[in-house]
Design a protein around this ligand. Structure first.
Ligand code: ADP
Length: 995
């Protein structure tokens, strides 16, 4: 192969060698090529354009060299080797023969060594040239620009000398001769490596500790981090039944291919409710990277919070964002930035808390220039869209409500944070309490208190329990049911912590009165923040809102993590939920807040209008005039989701349980009672409106309602009030037969609320909770409403045997309960006994759908025993289990004389000939089965014939499905022909339900 061909064959590798290293490496290759006259000056200028991606310049250079022929190609290889330091035979520094007649040529011929001689002396040389009048001040400044590295300045000086015909080249040559040769300017890309190291150590120190809320301790993240359940969000455009497994991913695998919905996008979206652990998970990601344990494909990780970005009020460029908002390179800024632009695949940017970004995602403004400044929101949106730093990975976290379909278009994969598993809660407590005795007691306490157990799946609640463990162990936690209970507990804990002993405040004496001024100060600030989408408060704002040392010492305001590098970091609430909690306090106890604002809270619809930062530059907090209007305006401008959380707390604070605590704090003028009755009215009316909006049932169909997220919020607020009477009033007259609450982020806490309210329905209801995260603990919470459930659909809810066994125990006592759907959970043979007893003892039970679980022949045999004693079941779904031949045989034999089963699915169950024979025998005898689904098994032509044979004596079956088997049709073979005829004889039904 000739050099040119070889050169061409090596092209992609060469591009890599030229572009994947630093700009310095590339420029030193150019030095060699210039000095060997492979490149003309014109060529050189075309491959050294500033601001162009290195890969583009590299490709251009290869084209130029290739066009010049074989020898030039050879020289390019030599230059690459020399620049990489592989070829040590460098020109001896001082021994070049001077060509006095043409010093400019001399400068060019010895360019590589001259650069190495002068890069450390450019400043001095420039002063000298200035002194001798060879250069103007302006020209000096051009060479000195801070964006250039010292070797780049050296090259610019040589370029200047080349084009100036005023003796400067001659002067330079003479001067240079006396200088020693320095080591290569930046051997092996030191600038970017130094930056990488600095970034790593910055991120490491930022992520090492989990600053706990009260600021009394600093926990090592490593010691207390507990795995959080991370689930891949299903692609809703694909039929849910065909999405097999429960896709849980581990944190280190979040960039893997599974779950990818858009190959072209770079953003991994991480969604979770407030307190579900998004920030902590991101912090763990940063720590794993910074300590070299995972994510090492990324050389650079840039962590941002949307709170921090929001505070940037001037135009920013990509470079300013990375360097000024994250980590500043001590040298070679331009070179480092160029490296980042050239190697986006080595870069990860994380953005925490998109729901707190006051700008809504839009793709209206396109900004592609990495160097031009633009607004911070435009920068973020264009990064997410891939217009900037394409191929750099991004992780964005958000609460669900802030994720629009618009944003989803640019998402590579979406993950949901489901909170701690049961084991996770236990592990969390053990990690937080080194004394195993204490840890044991806390774990027992949590497990024994069902409502508390449900709440603890949300990490922030686990943290509260852990923090308040002393109070809980002392006084028990039977009274802890609601979110408000938990937040009051932690408030009391902090008050206790901040009170000197002699003030006489103890848990149990339950008075907040001495701390009322502080609570109101915090509440005012919180509400103002919600209304202006401000979550971080400067010292000036704190001062303006009347906060004093005592207020701060309570511990609910902490230094903002987003601004940790600054010495006077602003303050933020421990967590957004605490901001809402204090805002609720203020709405109830603030002297000037009238009951009319309650309506505004529960009828909240955000009005887009002028910025409240302008309307209320903290003045509303300072002056009481027009307070009511100000509060209303703030509520109208706040993020609806934060208003919902505030309303939940407000309802909780007005519960009978906490009435005493609140009433003690009210001034004579505080219309607390009026506020309470307004809340009741709003809740009851809100729910009624929801139900009334359901269109009347189509004749022949049940009246069904698809719940909106607002419905779940109203139910939660009702639950917080713990007012049985109100719950009864709100729903007892409502008529709905099918209530669909799918894809609504229903966890255990929501299940408790649903049960609390729905148990009052007068008519039986089919409750459809598919595609949520109910889990075993959620199932437990649902038990109180099982009595009114005619059917319960719990597809894809992370439920295991334990949860189902509890459910069945209860269901056996519920006359109306007739249908259970459990497609895609974690059931194994261990729950088969329980399910069999459901079949055996509940003779009005109609449908059991167990598709896509882990039931084998062992479980199928147990189920078959239950079936033998049953005479009501009509639908049995076992799609996607592994009952095999033995299981099929057991089920078939149980069905010989079964009189009610109409539909049986054994799709995808590893069934072969033996199973088919047993099923054929069953078909000969059974007189009720109308549809049998056997797709995706191991059936052969003969098995089909066997089944067909069985069918000859059967008169009930209308549909036999065995598509997707590999069946060879031979028209000369009579039996198979018969099968063909038969399969066309049986009508294909709708395959709507597989599970
Ligand atoms: P989010 O960002 O979703 O609102 P956070 O990450 O702030 O939630 O979590 C709230 C609190 O819960 C944290 O401050 C921490 O105390 C606790 N927490 C969250 N996730 C974990 C975890 N994986 N391991 C240990 N503690 C956690």
């Amino acid at each position: 192969m000739c050099t040119q061909e070889f050169f061409q064959a090596q092209r992609s590798q060469l591009v890599g060698r030229l572009a994947l290293r630093s700009l310095e490496n590339f420029e030193s290759i150019l030095d060699y090529l210039l000095s060997w006259e492979v490149l003309t000056w014109e060529d050189y200028e075309s491959v050294s354009l500033p601001g162009q991606p290195l890969s583009t310049l590299a490709r251009r250079l290869l084209d130029i060299v290739w066009n010049k022929g074989g020898q030039s190609c050879e020289l390019l290889f030599a230059a690459v080797r020399k620049a990489e330091g592989a070829d040590e035979q460098t020109e001896p520094g001082n021994q070049w023969s001077q060509n006095v007649s043409c010093p400019a040529q001399d400068l060019q011929r010895h360019r590589p060594v001259i650069v190495r001689k002068i890069y450390g002396h450019v400043e001095g040389i420039l002063d000298l040239l200035l002194e001798h009048g060879f250069i103007t001040k302006y020209e000096c400044d051009e060479i000195r620009l801070p964006i250039f590295t010292s070797s780049q300045r050296a090259r610019r000086l040589l370029d200047f000398a080349k084009v100036k015909d005023n003796g400067v080249a001659q002067f330079l040559l003479q001067h240079i001769h006396q200088l020693p040769v320095l080591p290569a300017p930046f051997p092996d890309d030191i600038a970017y490596k130094k930056y990488m190291a600095k970034l790593k150590s910055t991120v490491s120190s930022q992520s090492r500790f989990l600053s706990t809320y009260d600021g009394t301790e600093n926990l090592c993240l490593e010691d207390i981090y507990t795995d959080n359940i991370l689930e891949i969000r299903k692609d809703l455009s694909v039929s849910a039944s065909s999405q097999k497994c429960h896709d849980i991913v581990e944190l280190p695998d979040i960039f893997g291919d599974s779950g990818c919905i858009n190959e072209d996008a770079d953003t991994v979206l991480l969604v979770g409710e407030a307190g579900s652990g998004k920030s902590t998970l991101l912090q763990q990601l940063h720590l794993l990277w910074a300590t070299g344990r995972h994510f090492q494909d990324f050389l650079f990780v840039f962590p941002f919070t949307c709170r921090q970005l929001q505070s940037v009020d001037k135009p920013v460029s990509m470079q300013t964002l990375l360097f000024e908002q994250c980590c500043w390179p001590d040298e070679g800024q331009q070179e480092v930035f160029q490296y980042l632009l050239d190697h986006p695949d080595q870069v990860l940017l994380t953005f925490d808390g998109f729901d707190e970004f006051k700008f809504k995602f839009t793709d209206r403004e396109t900004h592609c220039s990495p160097t031009d400044p633009t607004s911070v929101q435009s920068l973020l949106f264009n990064l997410l869209r891939g217009n900037l730093m394409k191929n750099a990975k991004k992780v964005l976290t958000s609460r669900p409500h802030a994720v629009s379909p618009f944003l989803r278009k640019y998402v590579r994969k979406e993950l949901s944070l489901r909170g701690f598993s049961q084991g996770g809660i236990e592990l969390f407590m053990r990690k937080h309490h080194s004394d195993p005795g204490v840890a044991d007691r806390i774990v027992c306490l949590v497990k024994a208190t069902s409502a508390l157990h449900g709440l603890c799946h949300v990490p922030v609640f686990s943290w509260i329990v852990s923090k308040c463990h002393k109070e809980l162990l002392l006084h028990g936690c039977s009274s802890l049911k609601t979110t408000t209970d938990m937040y009051l507990l932690i408030l009391q804990h902090f008050v206790l912590h901040a009170s000197p002993e002699d003030e006489g405040w103890h848990p149990g004496t339950t008075t907040l009165r001495p701390r009322l001024p502080t609570i109101l100060h915090l509440g005012r600030l919180a509400l103002w923040g919600l209304g202006t989408c401000s979550y971080v408060f400067s010292a000036k704002q704190l001062w303006a809102s009347g906060m004093d040392e005592e207020d701060l010492s309570l511990g609910f305001l902490v230094r903002s993590k987003s601004f940790s590098q600054e010495s006077s970091a602003p303050m933020e609430f421990l967590h957004i939920t605490f901001q809402c909690f204090f805002a609720a306090f203020y709405l109830l106890l603030g002297a000037e807040v009238t009951p009319s604002v309650i309506r505004c809270l529960f009828n909240h619809h955000k009005k887009p209008s002028r910025s409240l930062a302008w309307l209320f530059p903290m003045s509303c907090v300072q002056s009481p005039e027009g307070e009511e209007e100000s509060v209303t305006a703030l509520l109208q401008k706040a993020e609806p989701h934060n208003i919902q959380i505030t309303a939940i707390f407000l309802a909780g604070l007005l519960s009978d349980e906490h009435w005493g605590l609140l009433a003690e704090c009210q001034e004579p003028s505080t219309p607390l009672l009026q506020k309470q009755s307004r809340v009741r009215w709003c809740l009851a009316r809100g729910l009624r409106r929801h139900f009334q909006s359901i269109p009347p049932a189509v004749p022949g169909e049940v009246k069904s309602m698809h719940a909106m997220p607002e419905f779940v919020w109203l139910i939660r607020s009702l639950y917080e009030m713990q007012d049985e009477h109100l719950a009864r009033e709100a729903v007892c007259k409502l008529e709905v037969e099918h209530l669909k609450v799918t894809y609504c982020n229903i966890g255990p806490a929501e299940c408790a609320a649903l049960a609390f309210v729905l148990k009052n329905l007068k008519q039986p209801v089919a409750l459809q909770l598919d595609y949520n995260s109910v889990g075993d603990v959620g199932v437990e919470q649902l038990l109180p409403c099982l009595r009114v459930c005619q059917a319960l659909y719990l597809r894809d809810n992370n439920i295991s045997d334990q949860g189902i066994c509890r459910l069945v125990d209860q269901a056996l006592q519920c006359d109306q309960f007739q249908k259970l759907a459990l497609f895609n959970n974690k059931l194994t043979d261990n729950c088969a006994h329980s399910l069999a007893s459901l079949l055996k003892y509940k003779q009005n039970f109609l449908a059991l759908r167990l598709g896509n679980n882990h039931i084998t022949a062992v479980g199928a045999k147990v189920l078959a025993e239950g079936l033998k004693d049953n005479n009501s079941l009509q639908f049995l779904g076992l799609w996607g289990n592994a009952v095999g031949d033995e299981g099929a045989q057991a089920l078939a034999s149980a069905l010989h004389d079964h009189r009610s089963l109409k539909w049986l699915s054994l799709v995808g169950n590893n069934i072969g000939s033996l199973g088919a024979q047993a099923l054929a025998l069953m078909l000969e005898k059974n007189v009720s089965l109308e549809e049998l689904c056997l797709e995706e098994n191991h059936l052969q032509d003969e098995d089909m014939c066997t089944l067909v044979h069985g069918l000859k004596k059967n008169s009930s079956l209308k549909v036999l499905k065995f598509a997707r088997h590999i069946i060879s049709f031979d028209l000369h073979n009579n039996t198979v022909k018969q099968a063909l005829l038969l399969s066309s004889f049986y009508r294909e039904g709708n395959d709507t339900e597989r599970g």
